[in-house]
Design a protein around this ligand. Structure first.
Ligand code: M6R
Length: 613
């Protein structure tokens, strides 16, 4: 939520800032702004709406300067408007700040600053940072303006409460940007004679893959030739640069109309890359040796949104293969409900971004309860990976579209791998069973590639139903979470009402919403529950529903007798089938939204990473 970018080097910063903001736009797109140090003063340009609006405005105003900061906003405090857009300034207009997160004590700070004569221009919490730095500058002393500014920023950070990251620039020190990280993401890109500050790596990946992942409480000073990181005590601290394996191509649309579609097509590769390291990683995971694994009695899975749906499937895997009792909580609920303390308990947090505030909160609670913690996460160095004792990385590359696709299937396969390795280590499954499951798992990327061929059929089918004002998705067993995910995906990008249900539940209430023509999408691969799904299809059809089956070729004929349309996906192992089935629903959501003319990659009101509660 909200994207920060900063550039300091020997070139005009503006194109870098605009380009960086475009790559961070998935984090928020209510308004955007930049500020550059230009001939001893600050030139600021802001615009409501997407970065394209800002780009137009800056072409007209033509700001130029080798040091600048920028921001794309997802509104928390104050409506999306020009006044509330970042960067925000102090009274003089010489100090500019971009910020991500929430300053919890901003009201009391604002009152204090107003009493001292500071004039505020926005409703945001961010603006207090600029005024507080201005105020603190009056009280700190140092030989150079650079040192004085650094001390004023350090003092300011001490007075702020909340989870935040910010970048700040002062007209009097036009060759440096200062960045501060406290529980919100902030990374540094190290270039040749130029350096970058950003909320996320794709913002500067085109120019460098040498990254400093900052720790909470660290402050960084960026100059063209040098970047120095300081700890909370103000002392210089060494941070080792990491070479990020992602390349720029993975963060581009590569000829696809939308990131979402490209990311659906990325799935075979994402799964292959994730599986490549799975065995070695899970063997060393948690620092757990086989004896520790055997001791785990209880598992809590915590996550939000799509990641929560992956966690729901994980429960089936863990209980079936590993033989361990697992429960799944929405992270936002886990944080606030009573969880009995228990020994030998593991909390698995699933998250693409590793930044989701609710998931981070749940993990904090798990730590307080003394649980071991494992993150399944896609983003290197993210908050979640630091908060958990162990991490398994999904290797999807950057997921840019707000609607999660490849991260979801990679999370599922990670949980599957963990469960079969755990089951094998603990003796819950035999060597023979393990070998069969492992073989199926390793063959999955190929099956996914095969499944992608259904796009044309799904696209064609959506022509008939895209105008419906309500959609129902039904699944059972491991396909129940897929029904929930199908509904979430469709709602998110088409803005149409959609609900997912366990197929056995419809007769307990939901069937009453079915009307003539209501599209009902039923997940019914030919497995041991196939007959039950045939009945569910008949019950819906009898009430006038337009029933679409997602089934496997061996179920096609029987499904044809009770449904209106079929989407045929290849067949794989029963517990891996959801990965193929969900691809049908990803295409379905995409094509409904496309036909409705929605903003697929940046649907209204949403942001990719929800870094506030
Ligand atoms: O980054 P995370 O996986 O923690 O994000 C969790 C949810 O916010 C996320 O999955 C959200 O539901 C997606 N936009 C769904 O497509």
């Amino acid at each position: 939520m909200c994207g920060i970018i900063g550039y300091v080097g020997d070139k005009n910063s503006v194109p870098f800032l605009i380009e960086g903001l475009k790559r961070l736009e998935y984090r928020g797109y209510d308004s955007a702004g930049i500020a550059v140090a230009e001939n001893g003063h600050i030139h600021r340009v802001r615009a409501v709406g997407k970065v394209a609006e800002l780009e137009k405005a800056s072409l007209l105003e033509n700001p130029r300067g080798c040091c600048g900061i920028g921001h794309t906003r997802w509104a928390t405090h104050g409506k999306p408007s020009q006044e509330n857009s970042h960067p925000h300034t102090d009274c003089s207009g010489d100090i500019v700040v971009v910020h991500n997160g929430i300053i919890e004590n901003y009201l009391s700070l604002k009152e204090k600053l107003q009493a001292l004569g500071h004039k505020f221009q926005s409703e945001t919490d961010t603006e207090v940072i600029a005024h507080l730095i201005e105020e603190n500058l009056k009280h700190v002393h140092a030989e150079t303006d650079e040192q004085r500014f650094f001390r004023a920023v350090m003092k300011t950070s001490d007075e702020l409460q909340g989870a935040f990251a910010y970048g700040v620039l002062w007209a009097k020190t036009p060759n440096q940007i200062i960045g501060v990280k406290n529980q919100s993401p902030l990374v540094v890109g190290l270039g040749e004679g130029e350096n970058f500050l950003a909320s996320d790596v794709p913002a500067f990946l085109k120019y460098t893959n040498k990254v400093l992942f900052l720790e909470d409480g660290q402050t960084v000073v960026l100059r063209p030739e040098k970047t120095v990181v300081y700890g909370m005590d103000g002392k210089e601290t060494k941070v080792k640069p990491t070479k990020v394996a992602w390349d720029q191509k993975t963060a581009e649309k590569s000829g696809f109309k939308h990131f979402m579609l490209k990311e659906i097509y990325d799935q075979p590769q994402a799964l292959e890359d994730t599986l490549r390291t799975a065995q070695a990683d899970f063997m060393r995971i948690l620092g757990l040796k086989t004896e520790d694994l055997r001791r785990i009695k209880n598992i809590y899975l915590v996550a939000c949104g799509t990641a929560y749906h992956a966690a729901l499937i994980g429960k089936y895997y863990l209980e079936n293969f590993a033989g361990v009792t697992a429960s799944v909580d929405l992270a936002s609920e886990f944080k606030y409900r009573t969880i009995p303390p228990a020994k030998d308990t593991l909390c698995i947090a699933v998250s693409q971004s590793g930044e989701t505030a609710d998931t981070l909160g749940a993990v904090k609670k798990a730590k307080e309860l003394g649980f071991k913690r494992l993150a399944i996460c896609n983003v290197l160095g993210s908050g979640l990976t630091r908060a958990c004792g162990s991490v398994f990385y999904t290797h999807c590359g950057p997921e840019i579209s707000v609607a999660s696709t490849k991260a979801f299937t990679s999370q599922i396969i990670s949980l599957y791998a963990l469960s079969i390795f755990l089951g094998h280590a603990s003796g819950n499954i035999s060597r023979g069973q393990f070998d069969k499951l492992y073989k199926e798992m390793m063959a999955l990327p190929k099956a996914v590639a095969e499944t992608l061929k259904i796009e044309y059929d799904v696209r064609h089918l959506t022509k008939k139903v895209y105008k419906a004002n309500r959609f129902i998705f039904l699944g059972r067993n491991v396909d129940y979470p897929i029904a929930l995910e199908g509904a979430l995906k469709l709602k998110e990008i088409s803005y149409t009402s959609a609900e997912g249900f366990a197929a056995g539940e419809i007769k307990h209430g939901p069937i009453s919403v079915i009307d003539k023509g209501t599209p009902v999408i039923i997940l019914m691969p030919k497995d041991h529950l196939f007959d039950k799904m045939l009945s569910a299809a008949q019950e819906c059809r009898a009430r006038g529903a337009f029933v679409i089956a997602v089934t496997t070729p061996d179920g096609s004929e029987e499904a044809a007798a009770v449904t209106d349309k079929r989407i045929l996906v290849p067949k794989t192992g029963e517990y891996l089938q959801p990965v193929l089935n969900v691809i049908a629903l990803q295409f379905f959501a995409y094509w409904v939204a496309k036909r409705l003319g929605r903003d697929i990659d940046q649907p209204r009101n949403l942001a990719k990473s929800v870094t506030v509660e």
